[in-house]
Design a protein around this ligand. Structure first.
Ligand code: PEP
Length: 243
């Protein structure tokens, strides 16, 4: 089975026309495309094989929440995955508690959450990565009271390795595997045992995709910057099919 590729376009591209060209270049069954909200429907209409992901969700189902989009609304337009807890959303105000509500809201609507966890540069340098991630995981799963048949995804995304961070540093497959193993062990001791899938994100591109995806502990990649370049994403998809 190929590895999973999440193409997180963030606030890109600028026009629908560009988005559709990119969607066609990214169209493969192992891919979930996470375009900006306004492009979701049109992307869905042009892809034949890729799944649809949302970059965020609000945790209330409906009501007077201007600008918010709910999990049930996303489900109704065919969204299969929702990214929650991305470091860029955390920076804009999402606390661990808010992330927990979003995770629960996605699962309640039958959408697979992709929970992003990762330590900051300071935490990394101070040797506090494990502690930081433990807290994010602990709170994120704290609101779940029943098992779900869906398999949530945990994306290990060290913030210091995200390509758009000032002075981003490349992570190594060795560290990514170590951290994913750590997360797996931690998650095997949580109160509500569940099946989970583990992926890596942080400057994955056409050149280094193989070094991450060949690792059996890494079941896929969340790709930001490189997912905006047709040739890059095509090569990453080819690599995903080799493992
Ligand atoms: C991300 O934003 O989640 C990400 C992994 O981005 P990039 O691939 O650009 O580092």
């Amino acid at each position: 089975m190929p590895k999973l590729i999440i193409a997180n376009w963030k606030e890109n591209p600028v026009t629908l026309k560009e988005a559709l060209v990119l969607a066609e270049a990214s169209d493969a069954p192992c891919v979930a495309i996470a375009p900006p909200f306004p492009f979701l429907g049109a992307v869905r209409a042009v892809v034949k094989e890729a799944n649809l992901a949302a970059q965020d969700v609000f945790y209330e189902e409906k009501g007077a929440f201007t600008g918010a989009v709910s999990a049930s609304q996303l489900a109704s337009v065919g969204v299969t995955y929702i990214i929650v807890g991305h470091s860029e959303r955390r920076r804009l105000g999402d606390t661990d508690e808010i992330v927990a509500k979003k995770l629960r809201a996605a699962l309640a609507q039958g959408i697979i959450p992709i929970l992003c966890v990762g330590e900051s540069r300071e935490e990394h340098k101070a040797g506090k990565a494990e502690g930081a991630i433990r807290k994010q995981l602990d709170v994120a799963f704290s609101l779940l009271t029943k098992p779900y048949t869906l398999i949530p995804i945990i994306a290990y995304e060290p913030v210091w390795a995200i390509s758009t961070e000032p002075n981003a540093e490349a992570d190594t497959p060795k560290n990514a595997v170590y951290m994913i193993q750590y997360i797996k062990t931690f998650m095997s001791h949580v109160a509500l045992p569940m099946l989970l899938k583990y992926i890596y994100g942080g400057s994955v591109n056409a050149k280094n995709a193989e070094s991450f995806l060949k690792e059996k502990e890494i079941e896929g990649a969340l790709v930001g910057g490189a997912s905006l370049k047709q040739e890059e994403i095509k090569k990453i998809i080819e690599t995903a099919y080799r493992y």
